[in-house]
Design a protein around this ligand. Structure first.
Ligand SMILES: NC(=O)C1=CN([C@@H]2O[C@H](COP(=O)(O)OP(=O)(O)OC[C@H]3O[C@@H](n4cnc5c(N)ncnc54)[C@H](OP(=O)(O)O)[C@@H]3O)[C@@H](O)[C@H]2O)C=CC1
Ligand SMILES: O=C(O)CCC(=O)C(=O)O
Ligand SMILES: [Mg+2]
Length: 742
């Protein structure tokens, strides 16, 4: 491949990783430049993506390029090499805040029209729709996912175990799920043999047909499935669970993925808000409607919008809210000091991270008195809820896992081409009235049909054949490379999974699987199998669909190594390129909060170090660049030393933080480059750098730590002043001048 295409594209994102990048990237730029590796940054932050979608509202000097679209195109090219940091997948409250901030900075972008009244507002809403929720990952993930804890990380956790809450067999914590009239129980699935194009139609009770989606092209061998979740059943389920939580004196908490499932899950979230605060919604229906309150945006929407009312009316509503809290079960809290509950903002409690955090904390969440308490974890749809109950049962039986001895569960996840539920939002509908929804092909045949009622949520998912083939191949490769058993988490009793099982059985024989242990088990059985092995210190590869990929790659890392930030997270792109994700977690809003309050950033960039080494190595191999290969190898050596010497950031102010961790990484990287003997020139160059860094170790640490301890005003949250961010994130003059001299 032509070497002029050799470049690493580095993403600029939001919150924790955004701050960290301003300290780490100058180091990376200096080291890669010295080895002749090109880097280019691309802004995929929430604010950047908003601006990129509204050029016609901006002055020329305010316009920004559509970097996400460019990277999306690049991801399909063989030369792609993208370092992807976590970004905000915005819920509507976050989107609205980001818009307000940009407007306050003079960007004349339109307000978000929650309830569009005309075509213009509909068009604006559609544009914001492209930015809302998980709008980045599905565009870049043109490959399946390979996530695991590298040996050095596992070793570190074994020697330095993180805290694990104890479990008692009489814990009252449990998972509550519908099991009936939900997506899992209503799913129907078909594999199409030939290319086709399907229409999604709604037929009302009088037989009138409305087209919900005109065209969904299908490729040969593509699996589609459709399902519906009943509003009536959901509401009655929520009523029962709220009552049951009160009776059992456990916290009520709802665990959704409102960011990735950006259409269905906010609706479900809204029902939970309506049911819990039922009396408020009934008594003040008209007032709340006039205020434009939307419970799908969380209970926080009511709290902020009633501020527009006269004092007396506000007091009356607040008293009724208080009664709901008194009559209902206690809610799990996001922030008990600020009174922010689990039902306040749909993006505050995100299931992939929230359920493992609860399991790690003895199955408990925080109550309003800032104590931990047993919890009812409500996961309405039963497709995957059972896996968490299985972990809870296991911990109740055997006690908490022991990070010093436990094995590992890496994951091979089917993700490419917007596979499965996480690609379903353009085919998800809240049903307007009783009738049926059907999927009709070009020949006029109905492939799937569901009877539905007003308010039900209907959705269709797609899974293309090539990604499935690639996923099976990746699973076999990982099993071969490790010698560990690989388990496909597929349930023969679930319609979609049954289709996948027949494909797995078709594609496995295309690979050499001699002496490999490969199983297909339902998710609950696969969980039990993996937990039994992990307890004995054995590793088991989980081979899963897109949702379980997401859930398991937070769950196991959090139990095994304390955080998903320490995962190696690679997406081998189907056209030959590489997308290197930095850990398996998100942008950690709590971390930026701490930084703004007290100038300490506890974000650990370890996932980024791991990913960058693979990214540089990939570039070296793709373009036969020996220096890049050396740079990648030495970065791995440096990361191993970083772990051995325990240089991860501390959680407390006035102690070593993210910036200090980058200093040590730079020092160890320089040392490894100096000590390698394959490239004398590179070695000589970094000998000097290493010496200067070592000589100034205590001075640099002093400069870095003395910058902590006071609030940091970076003039914004979503679109801060970058010069200020650089200033705060690079407070050591000594370190900066050494890096500049590389
Ligand atoms: N790949 C992506 O782009 C992803 C984006 N997201 C987005 O991120 C945001 C936050 O999501 P959320 O569910 O809260 O999950 P996060 O993973 O961002 O945060 C949960 C907790 O995990 C710990 N954590 C995560 N990353 C690190 C790190 N690098 N170093 C140290 N600790 C870490 C922190 O724990 P502690 O506070 O105890 O230190 C943090 O509070 C949302 O907007 C979400 O949509 C979420 C997942 C993936
Ligand atoms: O895209 C997102 O919003 C989150 C992605 C995520 O959680 C994951 O891939 O693990
Ligand atoms: Mg996740």
């Amino acid at each position: 491949m032509s070497t002029d295409k050799a470049k690493i594209f580095y993403t600029i994102t939001d919150e924790g990783p955004y701050l960290a990048t301003h300290s780490f990237l100058p180091i990376v730029e200096a080291y890669t430049k010295a080895a002749g590796v090109n880097l280019e940054t691309k802004d995929i932050s929430l604010a950047g993506r908003i601006l990129a979608n509204f050029p016609d509202y901006l002055k020329d000097d305010q316009k920004v390029s559509d970097d996400l679209a460019e990277l999306g195109e690049l991801a399909k090219q063989p030369e792609a090499n993208i370092m992807k940091l976590p970004n905000i997948s915005a819920s509507i409250p976050q989107l609205v805040e980001a818009i307000k901030e940009l407007q306050s900075k003079g960007y004349k972008i339109p307000d978000y029209p929650e309830d569009p009244k005309n075509d213009k507002e509909k068009e604006i809403q559609a544009r914001y729709g492209k930015v809302k929720g998980s709008a980045v990952n599905p565009v870049l993930r043109e490959g399946n996912s390979d996530r695991r804890a590298p040996k050095a990380v596992k070793e570190y956790a074994r020697n330095n175990p993180h805290s694990m809450g104890e479990w008692s067999s009489d814990s009252k914590s449990h998972v509550a799920t519908m099991g009936d009239h939900d997506f899992a129980s209503s799913e129907r699935s078909v594999t199409v043999n030939n290319a086709d194009d399907v229409k999604i139609e709604f037929v009302d009770s009088k037989g009138n047909t409305t087209v919900l989606k005109e065209s969904t092209p299908l490729l040969p061998g593509e699996v589609i499935d459709a399902s519906a979740l009943s509003k009536k059943a959901l509401v009655s389920f929520l009523e029962n669970e709220i009552k049951d939580a009160k009776e059992k004196r456990v916290l009520f908490s709802l665990h959704m993925k409102a960011t990735m499932m950006k259409v269905s899950d906010p609706i479900i979230f809204g029902h939970a808000v309506r049911v819990y605060f039922k009396d408020v919604f009934e008594k003040h229906r008209e007032t709340l409607q006039e205020l434009g309150v939307d419970p799908n945006n969380g209970f926080g929407d009511i709290e902020s919008k009633i501020k527009e009312l006269p004092e007396a009316k506000q007091a009356e509503i607040k008293a009724d809210i208080q009664k709901c809290y008194e009559n209902g079960p206690d809610l799990a809290m996001v922030n008990s000091h600020k009174g922010i509950t689990n039902l306040h903002v749909p993006s505050d409690v995100i299931i992939d991270a929230s359920m493992p955090a609860m399991i790690r904390t003895s199955g408990q969440m925080w109550n309003k008195n800032d104590e931990t308490q047993d919890t009812k974890a409500v996961i309405p749809d039963s497709s995957y809820a059972g896996i968490y109950q299985e972990v809870i049962d296991f911990c109740k039986e055997h006690g908490a896992f022991d990070p010093t001895t436990m094995g590992s569960v890496p994951n091979v996840g089917l993700m490419a081409k917007k596979a499965e539920e996480y690609g379903s939002h353009d085919k998800t509908f809240e049903i307007p009235e009783n009738g049926s929804v059907r999927v009709v092909n070009k020949a006029g045949e109905t492939l799937v049909e569901h009877a539905v009622e007003e308010g039900d949520i209907w959705r269709m998912c797609q899974t293309k054949d090539d990604p499935i083939k690639d996923w099976v191949g990746l699973a076999v490769r990982r099993a071969r490379e490790t010698g560990d058993p690989a388990v496909f988490w597929l349930d023969e009793d679930r319609a979609h999974d049954a289709e996948l099982i027949s494909k797995v059985n078709q594609y496995l024989p295309e690979h050499d699987t001699k002496d490999l242990e490969i199983h297909i088990m339902s998710p609950v059985k696969a969980m039990r199998f993996s937990l039994e092995r992990i307890k004995e210190g054995k590793d088991t590869i989980s081979v899963t669909g897109n949702v379980l990929r997401d859930y398991l790659t937070d769950l196991f890392p959090i139990l095994e190594v304390g955080t998903s930030a320490k995962m190696l997270s690679i997406v081998p792109l189907m056209n030959g390129g590489g997308l290197f994700e930095t850990g398996a977690g998100g942008s950690a809003p709590k971390h930026i909060q701490q930084f703004l309050d007290e100038g300490h950033l506890r974000w650990d960039s370890l996932g980024e170090f791991l990913a960058l080494a693979v990214s540089i190595d990939h570039l070296g191999k793709t373009f036969n660049n020996d220096r890049a290969k050396i740079l990648g190898e030495t970065l791995d050596t440096a990361t191993a030393k970083y772990l051995q010497n325990d240089k991860s950031p501390s959680r407390k102010v006035n102690e070593h933080d993210n910036r200090g961790s980058h200093f040590y990484l730079a020092m160890y990287w320089a040392e490894a480059l100096a000590e390698q003997s394959n490239d004398a020139e590179l070695s000589k160059r970094f000998q000097e750098v290493m010496q200067k860094l070592k000589e100034n170790e205590s001075k640099i640490n002093e400069e870095l730590i003395s910058a902590q301890g006071s609030p940091q005003d970076i003039k914004g949250y979503y679109w801060p002043d970058r010069d200020l961010v650089f200033k705060f994130m690079r407070p050591s003059k000594t370190l900066n001048s050494i890096i500049e001299s590389v």
